[in-house]
Design a protein around this ligand. Structure first.
Ligand SMILES: NC(=O)c1ccc[n+]([C@@H]2O[C@H](COP(=O)([O-])OP(=O)(O)OC[C@H]3O[C@@H](n4cnc5c(N)ncnc54)[C@H](OP(=O)(O)O)[C@@H]3O)[C@@H](O)[C@H]2O)c1
Length: 173
């Protein structure tokens, strides 16, 4: 099972000015790349706050939304609210023979996955904005190595970078 994190950030490394606002500043080519990568995966996983900025399930993809609010339910066939851990969510997807899932933010849920070393690749668009303050891709301290795999110029002002997250080798003590 492969997890690809798909994000956009400003040149100063922010993914949003505040947790309530939608991502409407990344440009048309980024949106196209986002749709292509997430449709290829077939599954998007996100936090409840990110879902609340999008406000509807992304079409033609299974939408898994992490929330601890058990009153949130869905009658949409492609929208699931869950409080399961990242590894349990991925186990369930594996049982459905799904081989790739796109993690699409925000900072809180990205951190849950990275903490458990569950992110394999990161696609990040660098968009021509500066926010100065705001949210980062993760919200706790890490020091992990990543390897640049690909770099695409999306348009005159934005680039899409693809990184592989190095596997964490643990030795028995
Ligand atoms: N630039 C980009 O590419 C990009 C992409 C995505 C999002 N964003 C931005 O990021 C912001 C939102 O990010 P965020 O970090 O504030 O929130 P988030 O990660 O989207 O969602 C956080 C929510 O996830 C739920 N949650 C947290 N831990 C959980 C756990 N262990 N189990 C189950 N549910 C859990 C909680 O929801 P409940 O309170 O319901 O329990 C929590 O409030 C928005 O501004 C959005 O626009 C930017």
């Amino acid at each position: 099972m492969k997890v690809v994190l798909v994000m956009a950030m400003t040149v100063d490394g922010k993914i949003s000015r505040n947790p309530l606002e939608p991502v409407d500043w990344t440009g048309r080519e980024d949106k196209k790349a986002f749709v292509r990568i997430t449709r290829d995966a077939g599954v998007v996983i996100m936090g409840a706050r990110t879902f609340d900025t999008i406000r509807r399930p992304l079409p033609d993809r299974k939408n898994i939304v992490l929330t601890r609010d058990t009153t949130r339910t869905s009658d949409h066939p492609e929208l699931i609210f869950t409080d399961q851990s990242p590894s349990k969510i991925l186990e369930a997807l594996e049982e459905e023979r799904i081989d790739t899932a796109a993690l699409i933010g925000g900072a809180v849920v990205n951190t849950l996955f990275l903490r458990e070393n569950l992110i394999d690749e990161i696609y990040v668009t660098v968009a021509p904005r500066l926010f100065g303050q705001g949210l980062s891709m993760f919200n706790e301290a890490f020091d992990k190595k990543v390897t640049l795999v690909d770099l695409v110029r999306l348009d005159e002002e934005a680039v899409l970078l693809k990184y592989a997250v190095k596997p964490q080798i643990s030795f028995p003590s």
